[in-house]
Design a protein around this ligand. Structure first.
Ligand SMILES: *[C@@H]1O[C@H](CO)[C@@H](O)[C@H](O)[C@H]1NC(C)=O
Ligand SMILES: *[C@@H]1O[C@H](CO)[C@@H](O)[C@H](O)[C@H]1NC(C)=O
Ligand SMILES: *[C@@H]1O[C@H](CO)[C@@H](O)[C@H](O)[C@H]1NC(C)=O
Ligand SMILES: *[C@@H]1O[C@H](CO)[C@@H](O)[C@H](O)[C@H]1NC(C)=O
Ligand SMILES: *[C@@H]1O[C@H](CO)[C@@H](O)[C@H](O)[C@H]1NC(C)=O
Ligand SMILES: *[C@@H]1O[C@H](CO)[C@@H](O)[C@H](O)[C@H]1NC(C)=O
Length: 795
């Protein structure tokens, strides 16, 4: 019997104790009470349980004495005692019998203590406002956490003169960071950059200009944050969007990026009113910190060599230019480092051939100015920066050229900036280890094909199959979610409305080209009163393409920035309309240039060969996502006003998995330029572009099409075969007939040999594009090429 009773008792204990524990009535923190930092998470709660006071583990073995919102899943700390000095397990906070309130570490060393205005504390209390108070027997407050804010203000809290908020170092590191928000004793309310790690300030990027009148910042229950004068009159709003404290948790925080944001979180699904059960932004200052932070020293709103822009979610983004990588991935403000060796300053070895520019629209680093030129052309600007080993970036805007040197500071991207930044990077030999590892870790492989202008039914079938594959792989990509595809819309490209483009093209009047899946029109767009001629590619309705996929592709294309690639300037994705806006290439395609007019000179042709090789090399080696073009041919190499070759066709990006071990895709590309592996059961790799480049190189050398059905001698019909025959027979001169310039150039034989290497049927024998560049530049000897057709496949 006794046994049974004790069993029932146990049952009652087991099931009722936890209940009674949560329903425990609120009690004051009495003298002598203490909390210990450990996994047990003992806390002092406010009467409603909405706020808790206690230890939060921040890193393994590192604890913060803090106050946080206790009823929401995301840890949201609103105050802390020891942000710069985390304590170990076993540390204690104690309200001593004499009223002292102290945090000491596990060895008993005092880390922090409340500075009391008077003696006589008899109890402490965690209030429902989020304020932790120490009071005497008459409930007069002798110390409160509200008087010593860290980075956060709560409703009913005020910020008095000489009190400041200091931002956290990062999202996860609560120690004092790089920004300060202070109500100065002169009455001015100011946001400053902090001279980290020192406490002095550098640059005021926001202020109320209320010298002599500003008295107190109030955060009231309706969600307004405002500055008042001593007589209570309102001087300035800091946050002015109402939110009821009965329905929302609220906080105003100076975040690690220097922006003061007012956030709300629904207290219940009922009060959410369709809002997500998460913190959402109600208001923030300044409106764009990227443009506000300046100053003579310091990096700006982001780190050195990085640039800052306002993301679509109203958060500031710090990013590195192409060819640079972030120094500490855990600290967005650590700055970026170039992934390439610096330019040699010796006159003889300045390596100007080894550098080129990445263009970024609407970008500048005004903090690194050192030389300016007026009334110059963009080409002049490029050249002057190229010849100057101190020049890291040139800004070209309104016919002015401004040189920027290292470290690049106050980097920003915004439509209001205008012009473009020409960012100098080493073109060969740029792949430092960091970028290599980044490349291999990405699971996304983008193939940009030129299917849109293709018109044969063969090609259309190919497009259809590749589209299906694309959808299949994209869906797989989405479900895997291992490497989320990062979208940066609006980084350096413009989003147009359909009406804009209708106007720009004069109602789609002048057609430049047409294919099965797109039509290209000439247009004019205005930017800062400067008129630019553009090519507008209108994609015909592609039902399977969702908005996000389109944006992702646009975003990836927009980040391929190289002087030998046609630059994407903008896009439109309004309703069913999908349009892409490219820079206009006034000298048409290489096909016209090479085959339709009289023979262009040899040196010009070889310049184009170099440029094309460089462009492909960039796609293969230097993009953050490797890009296989899949349709390199003279129709897809365009020439600008100075006959610089640029690779085109960013019509439809294909996201495929780089599963090199199996055949992944249908055939794409154009007959004559298509590598043999498309027709065999073999994986498609970057080597398909090397093959197509080999054919293109032969066409450039010989100034004829790969396939000429009208030649007199049948053996000369296919250029690739003809070229190897000539090479074997030692009669290479037959390839160029009476082209004296070619025959007199020592490099002529070598270029033919390189082309033969590129068109090897065995893809593994073909060199990489990087290798092709080295062979063409002459830094590496060209070995004897084997017969391209000697490859015997096992299938
Ligand atoms: C906390 O202590 C004060 C002062 O002794 C007292 O007035 C108040 O009722 C106490 N509150 C609770 C919930 O015990
Ligand atoms: C937080 O950042 C500061 C400043 O760089 C650093 O000293 C500290 O070790 C960091 N703390 C943690 C927990 O990472
Ligand atoms: C909070 O401040 C705003 C703006 O001054 C005012 O309209 C509102 O009535 C105030 N709410 C409360 C609860 O004081
Ligand atoms: C309150 O103070 C402000 C600034 O000092 C002043 O402009 C305003 O006239 C005052 N209002 C009243 C009602 O005294
Ligand atoms: C890359 O450039 C650096 C500096 O100019 C040079 O020392 C190095 O040998 C080059 N590496 C390759 C692979 O060309
Ligand atoms: C690149 O990484 C490899 C292996 O990870 C290492 O052996 C090599 O020294 C690194 N090279 C540079 C330039 O850091």
């Amino acid at each position: 019997m006794a046994f049974q009773v004790s069993n029932i008792m146990l049952f009652i204990l087991m099931f009722l104790l936890p209940l009674s524990a949560t329903a425990q009535p609120y009690r004051n923190v009495t003298l002598g009470s203490a909390l210990t930092a450990n996994n047990a998470k003992s806390t002092w709660l406010s009467p409603s349980g909405e706020f808790a006071f206690g230890f939060q583990q921040i890193i393994p073995g590192g604890y913060l004495l803090a106050i946080w919102f206790n009823k929401i899943p995301e840890t949201t700390i609103v105050w802390s005692a020891n942000r710069d000095n985390l304590v170990q397990e076993g540390s204690r906070v104690q309200l001593f019998a004499d009223g002292r309130f102290e945090l000491s570490d596990s060895r008993g060393q005092r880390i922090w203590a409340a500075t009391l205005s008077r003696v006589g504390v008899t109890y402490g209390a965690m209030l429902d406002t989020g304020n932790f108070v120490l009071a005497n027997s008459n409930s007069v407050v002798l110390w409160q956490s509200f008087d010593e804010p860290t980075d956060t203000l709560l409703p009913t809290q005020t910020l008095n003169q000489d009190v400041k908020l200091v931002s956290s170092f990062s999202k996860t590191n609560y120690s004092r960071g790089r920004f300060i928000f202070i109500l100065q004793n002169d009455g001015n309310l100011v946001s400053y950059t902090r001279n980290f790690p020192m406490d002095n300030v550098i640059f005021a990027y926001w202020s109320t200009q209320t010298m002599g009148t500003g008295f107190q910042v109030i955060f009231n229950q309706s969600g307004y944050v405002f500055l008042v004068a001593q007589n209570g009159s309102l001087l300035n709003y800091v946050a002015s969007n109402a939110a009821s404290s009965s329905q929302f948790y609220q906080r105003a925080i100076l975040e690690y990026d220097g922006v003061l944001r007012h956030y709300v979180y629904p207290k219940s699904v009922n009060s959410a009113g369709g809002r997500a059960m998460a913190w959402s932004i109600m208001d923030f200052i300044p409106s764009n910190i990227c443009l506000r932070v300046g100053g003579i020293t310091g990096p700006g709103a982001c780190g050195f060599n990085s640039f800052c822009y306002l993301g679509t979610d109203q958060m500031t983004v710090c990013d590195c230019p192409t060819g640079y990588s972030i120094i500490d991935p855990n600290d967005r403000m650590s700055g970026c480092k170039p992934n390439f060796a610096a330019q040699n300053c010796d006159e003889e070895a300045r390596e100007t051939d080894h550098f080129s520019f990445n263009d970024m629209l609407n970008t500048d680093w005004p903090g690194s100015d050192y030389e300016d030129f007026d009334q110059v052309t963009e080409d002049w600007c490029r050249q002057v920066c190229l010849n100057d080993c101190f020049c890291a970036v040139a800004i070209y805007r309104d016919s002015k050229c401004r040189k920027r040197r290292y470290p690049l500071s106050i980097g920003r991207v915004d439509d209001s900036i205008g012009g473009k930044a020409l960012i100098k990077i080493r073109n060969t030999n740029v792949t430092a280890n960091s970028s290599v590892s980044e490349k291999s870790s990405r699971s996304t492989l983008i193939i940009i094909g030129s299917v849109l202008l293709g018109s044969s039914t063969f090609l259309n079938l190919l497009l259809l199959s590749s589209l299906l594959l694309y959808v299949f792989y994209f869906n797989r990509l989405k479900s895997n979610r291992l490497q989320p595809y990062q979208v940066l819309p609006g980084l350096n490209i413009r989003r147009f409305s359909f009406k804009d483009l209708q106007g720009a093209t004069n109602g789609f009047k002048e057609e430049l080209g047409r294919g099965a899946y797109s039509t290209v029109y000439k247009g004019i767009v205005k930017n800062d009163n400067i008129e630019n001629v553009v090519a507008v590619k209108k994609l015909h309705k592609i039902a399977t393409e969702g908005e996000q996929e389109f944006q992702a592709e646009v975003s990836s294309i927009s980040r391929t920035n190289h002087k030998n690639l046609v630059q994407l300037l903008g896009y439109c994705d309004e309703g069913q309309n999908r349009l892409l806006v490219y820079e206009f290439m006034s000298n048409g395609s290489l096909a016209n240039f090479l085959f339709e007019n009289s023979r262009p000179n040899w040196y010009k042709r070889m310049q184009i060969a170099f440029a094309t090789a460089r462009g492909i090399c960039y796609l293969h080696e230097e993009c953050s996502n490797q890009i296989i073009h899949c349709d390199i041919k003279p129709q897809n190499v365009l020439l600008d006003e100075s006959f610089t070759a640029k690779i085109s066709d960013f019509g439809l990006a294909k996201l495929l998995k780089p599963d090199q071990s199996r055949t992944t895709t249908g055939i794409r590309g154009t007959k004559g330029y298509v590598a043999p592996e498309w027709f065999r059961n073999m994986p498609i790799t970057v080597k398909v572009d090397v093959y197509s480049f080999g054919i293109l190189l032969l066409e450039l050398i010989c100034c004829r099409r790969n396939y000429e059905p009208d030649v007199e001698v049948e053996t000369e019909m296919i250029l690739a075969d003809f070229a190897y025959d000539c090479y074997k027979e030692g009669t290479l001169h037959l390839l160029v007939a009476n082209d004296e310039e070619a025959l007199n150039d020592k490099r002529f034989d070598k270029f033919v040999m390189i082309a033969i290497w590129c068109i090897q049927e065995d893809p593994t024998l073909r060199p990489t594009m990087k290798r092709v560049m080295q062979l063409m530049e002459g830094s590496v000897e060209v070995p004897i090429p084997p017969d391209p057709a000697s490859y015997i496949t096992s299938v």
